[in-house]
Design a protein. Structure first.
Length: 472
């Protein structure tokens, strides 16, 4: 898979890492982070609208409006994607735009927006990848318990079928949930994300209902989708490193295996169940048939990766660390090492390769797609109007190489989508963190292509990149 390609590369003797011919390149976003227009065309309130409007929950009091004003500027954003040579675009559908109350009445104007977006993408030969849920639960459903309420899983399956029925004649790649781990453990565990609940037991129960929602929605889509449609779930993973095997096992179980294993039909890991028994029996929400539903076969698994996690044991086995891992005891999360992103996250591409190889082995033949990978740094537009984001470009190149190494070691990886296409509303961090490969001036909404976007565009153009250096 390593070869010399292109005359210019041969001239300078640069070894080029080439990806499989059908490898899918693209970028990703999420509805609440970019769309804005939070009350337009009948859209209902989401838990993130409520959370952001609550003083002290989001940095600087930022909200999801106007974000990137993508709801009104989608066409120019699609033109931008085309100019970068993106072959695919992963977007999420805002549930409150489709069903403002989370069930019942369907808002035609919301569906019509995604009609226009999909048609625009296809006109530019960009493959749409639709995610049905990226954390924006309708507030009305949260008023009835949200993901703590089993009924929400059934409402989600109904919503999924509605969207698929409308867009399924043009969209072939579908994801049920994005990062249910975050929805459950940051939303209902430590409360730093919407809806802001702080209850370890509630977070574990929410995790089960989210997985049930995935299974029910997958069944609903499978019942009405042609065989060509590819169904998936997107999970966030982290390589867990430490000198103590028991500490690594505990965190890996609560970070990675707790959701992956049920999706793959292995049920909840026994060690995780044992580790969390001191909280109480959260599995009392599991009913007959649930695990079979959750394990409904899917066609690929989306992998979101940003940084490794370092852990160490504590002298007190009953020590409960601050953080989102419900039920964790006797372990401390350690500071990151080496170069950090603007978010303070460790940059380590070797951890990415290790994770992808491990996941490809553990997923029993289910292919992987890297659905999010990126880094936040403060950006400056120079006098020439350029954003020379050297650190983000280095992160991007290092991690694309990490994907190539994993493929060379036998991992079945079908695509790479950069996070994020645009600088956007970064959840509880508001607009303080810029993940985009395209700069957004949130005052004027002007877009400026960063050097990281230029690098990605060149990688896409040659379906590969030099084995060394950061000039692509």
């Amino acid at each position: 898979m390593t070869e010399l390609t292109t005359d210019s590369d041969v001239e300078v003797g640069r070894e080029v890492l080439t990806f499989p011919p059908d490898f899918l390149w693209g970028a990703a976003t999420a509805a609440f982070q970019i769309e804005g227009s939070t009350t337009a065309d009948g859209r209902g309130a989401s838990i993130w609208d409520t959370f952001a409007a609550t003083p002290g929950k989001v940095l600087a009091g930022d909200t999801g409006d106007p974000a990137c004003d993508h709801y009104r500027r989608y066409q120019s954003d699609v033109d931008l994607m085309k100019s970068l040579g993106l072959a695919s675009y992963r977007f999420s559908v805002a549930w409150p735009r489709i069903q403002p109350s989370g069930s019942g009445r369907v808002e035609e104007r919301g569906l019509a927006f995604y009609d226009r977006l999909v048609d625009s993408l296809l006109e530019k030969d960009i493959q749409p990848l639709a995610t049905l849920y990226h954390w924006d639960l309708p507030q009305v459903l949260e008023d009835f318990g949200g993901w703590r309420n089993r009924d929400t899983a059934y409402r989600f399956a109904e919503y999924a079928a509605i969207v698929h029925e409308r867009l399924g004649d043009r969209v072939q790649a579908w994801t049920t949930l994005n990062e249910p781990w975050v929805s459950a453990f940051l939303g209902y565990g430590n409360g730093i994300h919407a809806p802001g609940v702080t209850d370890a037991m509630a977070s574990l129960e929410a995790a089960h209902h989210l997985l049930l929602a995935h299974g029910l929605a997958t069944q609903a889509l499978r019942a009405q989708a042609p065989e060509s449609h590819r169904l998936s779930i997107v999970l966030n993973f982290s390589t867990v490193w430490g000198d103590d095997a028991e500490a690594v096992r505990k965190v890996d179980g609560l970070q990675n295996r707790i959701l992956l294993d049920p999706v793959l039909g292995r049920g909840y890991p026994l060690d995780v169940l044992q580790d969390t028994t001191w909280l109480g029996d959260w599995t009392n929400v599991v009913r007959d048939g649930d695990m079979e539903t959750i394990a409904t076969p899917i066609d690929w698994i989306g992998v979101n990766y940003y940084n490794p996690t370092r852990v160490a044991p504590t002298a007190d086995p009953d020590f409960v660390p601050a953080g989102p891992h419900a039920g964790l005891r006797g372990v401390e999360l350690q500071p990151p090492q080496g170069e950090l992103t603007g978010f303070g996250w460790e940059q380590n591409a070797d951890a990415f390769t290790e994770l992808l190889v491990r996941l490809s082995r553990d997923t029993a033949g289910v292919p992987l797609v890297v659905t999010e990978n990126g880094s936040a740094f403060p950006d400056v537009i120079d006098p020439a109007g350029r954003v020379n984001d050297v650190q983000r470009t280095k992160y991007l190149v290092d991690h694309v190489r990490a994907v190539h190494r994993a493929i060379s070691e036998g991992a079945d990886i079908r695509g790479y989508l950069a996070w994020s296409l645009l600088d956007n509303f970064e959840w509880a961090a508001g607009y303080s963190q810029r993940f985009g490969i395209v700069h957004v001036d949130f005052e004027t909404q002007e877009r400026t292509i960063k050097e990281s976007a230029v690098a990605l565009s060149r990688i896409i153009g040659q379906n590969g990149l030099p084995a060394h250096g950061y000039t692509v």
